[in-house]
Design a protein around this ligand. Structure first.
Ligand SMILES: [Ca+2]
Ligand SMILES: [Ca+2]
Length: 85
């Protein structure tokens, strides 16, 4: 009879471990989705979504932002900074 009890306990423990693992995977997945959403966001508010925005730094409101999300000044700064690619 006690074997059944032991089995039940083992199944419970395994179930808990599996649930825990699934929770971890799921929260990772949720993070991934969040970062995907983040790519569609507009961090600096210049109406160019972050995916296409080469300059994610907020530009001064009086400066014109191009289709790449950069002001002339930001683009200048970019071209002067040594490329890491
Ligand atoms: Ca932007
Ligand atoms: Ca920008």
């Amino acid at each position: 009879m006690w074997e059944i009890l032991v089995m039940a306990v083992v199944i419970l423990i395994v179930g808990a471990v599996v649930l825990f693992a699934f929770n971890k995977i799921f929260s990772k997945e949720a993070e991934h989705v969040e970062s995907q959403i983040g790519k569609l966001g507009d961090n600096d508010g210049d109406n160019v979504i972050d995916t296409f925005d080469k300059c994610i730094e907020r530009a001064p409101a009086n400066e014109k932002v191009g289709s790449d999300g950069c002001t002339d000044k930001q683009r200048d700064k970019l071209s002067r900074t040594p490329s890491t690619y």
